[in-house]
Design a protein around this ligand. Structure first.
Ligand code: ADP
Ligand code: GN1
Ligand code: MG
Length: 373
């Protein structure tokens, strides 16, 4: 889904808030994220064209943007310092880095009170909304596994919980049930089949939450939004070079991160595909994800976490489906939509993907076992 082409915000004002040391030439909305307002801005720096990303944090989603940016500052500083220590010559494109505001902070507040951040544009790499090869699965999964490894030695106070209960699937189901009961926009009657489908699966939402609460699997620093288009793949080598969209980096379960990769990287169809017959969990893509992820995460995963990887794919797809459906019923207040019924189209792809995963669960479990011996 392309971003709108009109600028909703005054980028000249935004540029004046940061220590850019360059002149803004022009900028335009960028990317296909569902949450923040993202702009790609071209600057002139002593005759050279340089791109930056300006991002306005979605205030309906992030209630404490300053604390969120403190998390992002900590995580990116840690990553950058580690890369430099390791002697990586490309540290500046292997992690996001925050351009400081004129007040020396990793964010700035505009005249309307919105919080903005600015990142150098990661050049010679891109994100993909849908997958085209198994190599991309291996690369993306390896990069997210490495990101988790990085979180393990972050140190200091726990990260701020930017969205409470973000992957608490029990709570996500509860939110859906409340949205159905309120039915504020009188939409429930149009999606009775979808509602029934989710209501038959409420119990499945508890498994990982209960295991975390019982201490059967560990709480780790995780990314929590490991959608395929949140990792940049190098244009030349195809390697996963930079994990982006760090807004939800906080305590979580490693298996949530793996599950969201399954959700977004195994099907050939877009998340908002209208023809759900195109949605399918492709085993060779799952195989590539397991291979890529274990190449970086195997050293720290426990047996129980490893066993949960196939189920996590189903769980995260189910969870995301409850979120799209609840948002549809609540009047499309959370995820950006670009057409009527967008959230219901997204809900239907999640249903189709869960069904496809269900049909192949035995094979997926056998495959993970094969890699675990
Ligand atoms: P959202 O939370 O709305 O998904 P993201 O942080 O994922 O926002 O950014 C949206 C898109 O913008 C990404 O999918 C990516 O294509 C692009 N993007 C974000 N940061 C950068 C960056 N530093 N360099 C290049 N592209 C970026
Ligand atoms: C959002 O920010 P973005 O577009 O990468 C959402 C994820 C959902 C995803 C569904 C902070 O991700 O949790 O899984 O949409 N991010 C937030 O596409 O809610
Ligand atoms: Mg994103």
């Amino acid at each position: 889904m392309a971003a709108p082409t009109e600028n909703k915000h005054d980028l000249t004002h935004v540029a004046s808030l940061f220590d850019m040391r360059a002149d803004l030439v022009h900028g335009h909305p960028y990317g296909s994220g569902h949450i923040n307002d993202t702009y790609c801005a071209y600057y002139d720096q002593a005759g050279q064209r340089i791109r930056y990303i300006h991002q306005r944090l979605a205030e309906n989603v992030f209630k404490e943007p300053v604390k969120l940016m403190e998390n992002v500052g900590r995580v990116t500083d840690h990553a950058f310092n580690k890369l430099v220590e390791e002697g990586n010559p490309e540290a500046h494109r292997r992690t996001l880095t925050c351009i400081k505001s004129t007040e020396g902070k990793p964010y700035a507040v505009d005249k309307d009170g919105s919080v903005w951040r600015t990142y150098p544009f990661i050049e010679r790499a891109r994100t993909y909304d849908t997958i085209t090869s198994t190599d991309q699965c291996v690369a993306a999964a390896k990069a997210f596994g490495e990101f988790q490894k990085l979180g393990a030695d972050l140190g200091g106070e726990p990260l701020f919980e930017t969205i409470p209960n973000f992957h608490n699937t029990k709570v996500r189901f509860q939110t859906l049930i409340e949205a159905i009961e309120k039915d504020e926009h009188n939409r429930a009657k149009d999606v009775a089949k979808e509602i029934e489908w989710f209501m038959a699966r409420v119990d499945e939402g508890s498994k990982v939450v209960d295991m975390l609460e019982a201490g059967e699997i560990p709480v780790r620093v995780t990314h929590n939004d490991t959608k395929l288009n949140n990792v940049m793949l190098d244009d030349v080598t195809g390697e996963g070079i930079c994990v982006i969209d760090l807004d939800t980096t906080m305590n979580g379960s490693a298996v949530y991160d793996f599950g969201d990769m399954v959700r977004t990287a195994t099907s050939p169809a877009a998340e908002d595909e209208k023809d759900v017959s195109k949605v399918t969990m492709r085993m060779h893509m799952f195989d590539a994800l397991v291979k890529g992820y274990l190449s970086s995460a195997n050293a720290f995963l426990t047996d129980k976490e490893r066993e949960l990887l196939p189920f996590a794919g189903k769980l995260l797809t189910l969870e995301c489906g409850t979120r799209f459906l609840a948002d549809y019923l609540m009047g499309d207040v959370y995820f950006k939509i670009h057409r009527d019924g967008h959230n219901i189209d997204r809900t239907r792809t999640q249903i189709a993907l869960v069904e496809s995963i269900d049909q192949q669960m035995g094979e997926m479990e056998a495959l993970v076992q094969k890699y675990s011996v």
